[in-house]
Ligand binder design. Structure first.
Ligand SMILES: NC(=O)c1ccc[n+]([C@@H]2O[C@H](COP(=O)([O-])OP(=O)(O)OC[C@H]3O[C@@H](n4cnc5c(N)ncnc54)[C@H](O)[C@@H]3O)[C@@H](O)[C@H]2O)c1
Length: 318
């Protein structure tokens, strides 16, 4: 990277006073390479959009070789579809594909400028990963998480054993992409207590380079999107389990009554029922408010391994 994108709070303040409006764009322009951790439905979409829109080399890392091959095959399918619909040329598809490389080693992030983590929504897994990222990533790299609900402040705290050392925690931020990433324009950007202004600005501007529309929100359980969406989905599942309506009636009334592309049960299947359950658990535990109690049926579906579209069975069969 030509110049470090993070120059400390003091220099950041000087830059803001001198040339505030151009600084964030400069930081984002300095992002020349991206690392994505987790090649599942979110990580793959993020990697593909970074390659296609921001046109930067992307290193996609996953613990599973199988997930990487499946992800790359899916990316190629999406690019071929875009070409067949004349949304992009074959040359553009080839260019985007050539920017994607895969690895099973997190150490391959040792020279990337912007890392986006998209592993499953398990708090301890994310804490362990951020502790490791702080060691393997370059000292200027932005460490972003795609978490749906886990506190950014807690994830940032996991980067160090000394809370007064913010050299890594100030670079942690959330870039919460919406599913499916190549289609949905919205990204929620969330700061933890430790996140520096340069980190936040870089994340906002880099997401814009990816063609996204950003919203900034506070580090509060569920942030904005899931604080609103998940209780809606959970209530739909409670309506199903208590017999207020059947699956098709629930989805039909919300789809046709609120002009959304799919009803809450189908949407839950697309998000992943394990992800929905994890988010409800975080909302419930962190607020202590019983209105966020996860539906019993949702827990049973996850116990059965019926996780929605990704596992082939959820409220619908795939
Ligand atoms: N699914 C959604 O609609 C949605 C929307 C917004 C945000 N999110 C969030 O994005 C994140 C990822 O969700 P997803 O739906 O893509 O999950 P997913 O289960 O589809 O994919 C997770 C991937 O992470 C890999 N993985 C697991 N442990 C790993 C490790 N230690 N190192 C490297 N790779 C590892 C898995 O092999 C898998 O490929 C979660 O935090 C989730 O809450 C999901």
């Amino acid at each position: 990277m030509a110049s470090s994108i993070l120059r400390g709070r003091a220099l950041g303040a000087v830059r803001q006073a001198r040339c505030f409006s151009s600084s964030p764009r400069q930081y984002a322009a300095d992002v020349k390479s991206v690392g994505v951790l987790g090649a599942g439905q979110m990580g793959l979409g993020i990697a593909l959009v970074a390659a296609q829109k921001a046109q930067v080399p992307v290193t996609l890392v996953d613990a599973s070789e199988q997930a990487l091959s499946k992800g790359i095959a899916f990316a190629e399918k999406l690019l071929a579809k875009d070409v067949s619909k004349s949304r992009i040329t074959q040359e553009q598809a080839d260019q985007a594909r050539s920017l994607l490389t895969t690895s099973t080693k997190i150490e391959d992030f040792s020279s990337v400028d912007f890392i986006i983590e998209a592993v499953p929504e398990i708090p301890q897994l994310k804490f362990d990963i951020f502790s490791k990222l702080a060691k393997v990533a370059p000292p200027h790299a932005i460490l972003a998480t795609n978490t749906s609900s886990i506190s950014i402040t807690r994830i940032a705290a996991a980067t160090t054993t000394d809370p007064n050392d913010t050299s890594a925690s100030s670079r942690v931020v959330s870039t919460h992409f919406m599913n499916p990433v190549p289609v949905q324009k919205g990204v929620e950007i969330i700061s933890g207590l430790q996140t520096s202004k340069e980190t936040l600005d870089t994340a906002v501007e880099f997401c814009k380079r990816m063609g996204k529309v950003t919203s900034v929100s506070a580090d509060s359980p569920g942030f904005l999107a899931n604080r609103i969406l998940m209780p809606y989905i959970n209530e739909a599942i409670i309506c199903l389990e208590t017999g207020v309506g059947d699956r098709d009636s629930i989805d039909a009334i919300m789809k046709n009554g609120t002009n959304v592309p799919m009803g809450p049960l189908q949407l839950a299947d697309f998000i992943g029922l394990d992800t929905c359950l994890s988010i409800m658990k975080v909302l419930h535990t962190e607020t202590g408010d019983s209105k966020y109690r996860p539906s019993v049926l949702l827990g049973k579906m996850v116990d059965a391994g019926w996780l929605g579209k990704k596992s082939g069975k959820g409220f619908y069969d795939y």
